[in-house]
Write a protein that binds this ligand. Structure first.
Ligand code: 4AD
Ligand code: MG
Length: 475
């Protein structure tokens, strides 16, 4: 609960704690509603620090020129309201200053409820609404809780690059940033800015792996970019991923335990915050889905099933899926949701087939020729599907080169005779296995998806403040 200046408390603070001096209160905020009665006017003032607003009582003279959205400074006395009123106190106004001019007739944001789709057309204004500003505060508090948790666990926060020379996931969904610039060539002629292909990162993982061999357990919360043409409520072209890499770990269970503990502790921290109360208000009158969701994320020992078991469950379910996957195929959103709802809990699905996973994953020790799997997992949420993807990493030099060759990332040939040049853009990553390589593993969590789940918002385009998705990047 911020103070917008030491002498001007935020409205959240005013409502929770009352003013230091009830006879002289100053409030900065925006008019959220105004009601004119015969003798007085009532205005509700909000400032984004709380979903609730503060009630102000004004004379008709003082209310002149005020409209929905006006930015105001109000001075007055903090007085108890009548019994049974919604709030315990209200501001009896003695002075009003209007900050900036405001033409209410052209203001696109209106008090009447606006659909998320409509608000999405103006991301630069929608965060002024009480619910969208609440989402900004949820993001901020969630980052603070995660940072606190990872600090306590001894992780080092790091920053990894946005411009990279590789496609970590190998899905070909990279944005190319190597535009030509007339002034970039050394000879003054037209040339590429960098000498070869460069991309916006799809994941910080590979760079985190390098750092995990330098300072131990590391993490980052970084923008990531995917040029995938998935026009869904779960996919953005630019999103935040929380990635974590653990060194000297040779058991994937340790990594999954960390996912579980991090999400549970973070959710418990949120439950203790003011936000829990504000978000619960939202579901009043309807089903109380939100507290249920927070409870699910805050506790329990989440089931862990293998991909092979998951395929078996899907095939014997009798559910009318659009597609029933055979062993070796990826799981779709309908399958992910079904598996989590079946367990009524977040569920880890482990050991997917090697053929559908990226080059860096460690082969499972239990793999057979027919069923070659990797030590990896996805965490699936009820009603939402995949939230986290993680794995153990191939840390041995020759198996890594062979795996990269199989994906066409390194030239064919015996690993021992591959030249640096034949190793391609990821030579630096192969280098990590040359000098003191260690067993390690980690994961990436879709941060916008986590917030969407916590806030019970069906589309992450509401969660990401300035969302970009296929075909859309307006502001
Ligand atoms: O499963 P993904 O692709 O895993 C990785 O990128 C690994 N390199 C992470 C790691 O091990 N360090 O992505 C991780 C998570 C997904 O589970 C999903 O929640 C989210 O990132 N994600 C997206 N979120 C929003 N929009 C998209 N287009 C997303 N693609 C993935
Ligand atoms: Mg994934």
């Amino acid at each position: 609960r911020r103070c917008n200046s030491p002498s001007v408390p935020s409205i959240a603070r005013l409502l929770d704690e009352g003013p230091p001096n009830p006879d002289h209160v100053v409030v900065n905020g925006y008019v959220r509603s105004i009601r004119e009665l015969k003798r007085v006017c009532f205005a509700n003032i909000g400032d984004g620090s709380s979903r609730e607003s503060m009630q102000a009582v004004l004379t008709h003279e003082q209310a002149k020129g005020l409209s929905y959205g006006s930015a105001v400074k109000m001075t007055g006395a903090w007085k108890p309201c009548r019994p049974n009123a919604k709030q315990s106190h209200e501001l009896e106004v003695s002075g009003v200053d209007i900050y900036g001019p405001m033409d209410a007739s052209t203001y696109p944001i209106q008090k009447a409820s606006m659909t998320p789709e409509f608000l999405r057309t103006m991301p630069h204004l929608r965060t002024r609404t009480p619910f969208n500003s609440l989402l900004l505060r949820l993001r901020s508090t969630c980052i603070a809780e995660i940072t606190k948790f990872l600090n306590e666990e001894g992780f080092t926060q790091t920053h990894t690059p946005i411009i990279t020379s590789s496609d970590c996931e190998g899905a070909g969904e990279v944005f190319n940033v190597n535009s030509s610039r007339k002034d970039a060539g050394l000879d003054g002629g037209e040339a590429y800015f960098f000498k070869d292909a460069k991309y916006l990162t799809v994941s910080s993982q590979l760079h985190l792996e390098a750092l995990a061999q330098s300072v131990g357990n590391v993490w980052t919360l970084s923008p990531t970019f995917r040029a995938e043409k998935s026009d869904t409520s779960r996919h953005l072209s630019e999103f935040y991923m929380l990635e974590l890499e653990m060194s000297f770990v040779d058991d994937m269970k340790v990594v999954m335990d960390m996912v579980e503990k991090m999400i549970q502790q973070t959710t418990r921290g949120l439950l203790r915050s003011r936000l829990a109360k504000e978000l619960t208000v939202r579901s009043q009158g309807g089903t109380e889905i939100l507290p249920e969701r927070w409870k699910i994320l805050a506790q329990g020992s989440w089931p862990r099933i293998t991909y092979t078991k998951a395929i078996g469950l899907l095939r014997s379910s009798g559910e009318p899926f659009d597609h029933l996957p055979a062993w070796g195929e990826g799981l779709g959103i309908e399958h992910e949701k079904y598996l989590a709802e079946l367990h009524k809990s977040p569920v880890f699905v482990t050991h997917y087939p090697r053929s559908i996973k990226p080059f860096y994953m460690l082969a499972s020790s239990t793999s057979t020729d027919q069923e070659e799997t990797v030590d990896c997992f996805d965490l699936l949420l009820p009603n939402a599907g995949e939230l986290v993807g993680g794995s153990m990493r191939e840390h041995r030099l020759d198996p890594l080169i062979i795996s990269m060759q199989a994906k066409g990332l390194v030239a064919p040939g015996l690993p021992a005779s591959i030249t640096d040049e034949q190793m391609g853009a990821l030579k630096w990553y192969i280098d990590l296995r040359r000098w003191g390589s260690i067993p390690h593993g980690g994961f990436g969590l879709g941060f916008d998806r986590l917030l969407g789940y916590l806030a019970d918002v069906p589309n992450i385009r509401e969660i990401n403040t300035f969302p970009r998705w296929v075909g859309r990047c307006e502001c």
